[in-house]
Design a protein around this ligand. Structure first.
Ligand code: S3P
Length: 183
């Protein structure tokens, strides 16, 4: 059994880039859930949405995320897992995350997140208004699931990963819900 760190947050908050960087500096494995869903389904996320619909995507996402978290827990090495932005909307995933000790929410300004999210095809980032509405709709959910909230505004990948690493090494023990301790 080895530790797992889970990165959550809205589209365009840098979960994949930060996760990769964090894993590298910790010497841990890194796994990004969306590419695994794509592999499992044999098509890109955009196609899963357009051909099979969002509900089918969520079913596949649930299966993959729960499997990745199980595998990470059983691994001999530490693992950083980056989740897709909507994974927290799946009740079984949200429940599982609430029991995980190292769940980091990347908290970004919605307009910056939208600019970043638009760089790659994302079915739920087609328009700024819809994007903002979804962001507002999910905000509370992210916070309720996160153990730690990382303010990423104006920060680069390296800095955000460094802050998470500091938290994990116990250099800063302030936790979201008031508990104290090293994640
Ligand atoms: C989604 C976020 C995406 C991807 C899918 C749905 C969401 O992942 O899973 O397009 O509902 O927020 P990223 O957060 O990596 O963009």
């Amino acid at each position: 059994m080895a530790p797992t760190a889970v990165l959550i947050g809205f589209m365009g908050t840098g979960k994949s880039a930060v996760g990769e960087r964090l894993a590298r500096s910790l010497g841990w494995d890194f796994v990004d859930a969306d590419p695994v869903v794509e592999q499992d389904m044999g098509m890109p996320v955009t196609e899963i949405f357009s051909r099979l619909g969002e509900a089918a995507f969520r079913r596949a996402e649930e299966r993959v995320v729960l499997r990745l978290l199980r595998e990470a827990a059983a691994s001999a090495r530490g693992t950083v897992v980056s989740l897709g932005g909507g994974a927290v909307t799946i009740p079984a995933v949200a429940e599982k995350l609430k029991a995980e000790p190292r769940v980091f929410l990347l908290d970004e300004d919605v307009d910056t997140a939208f600019q970043r999210a638009c760089r790659q095809p994302r079915p739920l980032a087609a328009g700024a208004e819809r994007f903002r509405a979804l962001f507002a709709e999910r905000e509370e959910l992210y916070r309720s699931v996160a153990g730690f909230i990382i303010d990423t505004r104006g920060k680069g990948v390296e800095q955000v990963a460094g802050e998470i690493e500091d938290l994990m090494r116990g250099n800063n023990t302030e936790m979201n819900d008031g508990r104290k301790g090293t994640p």
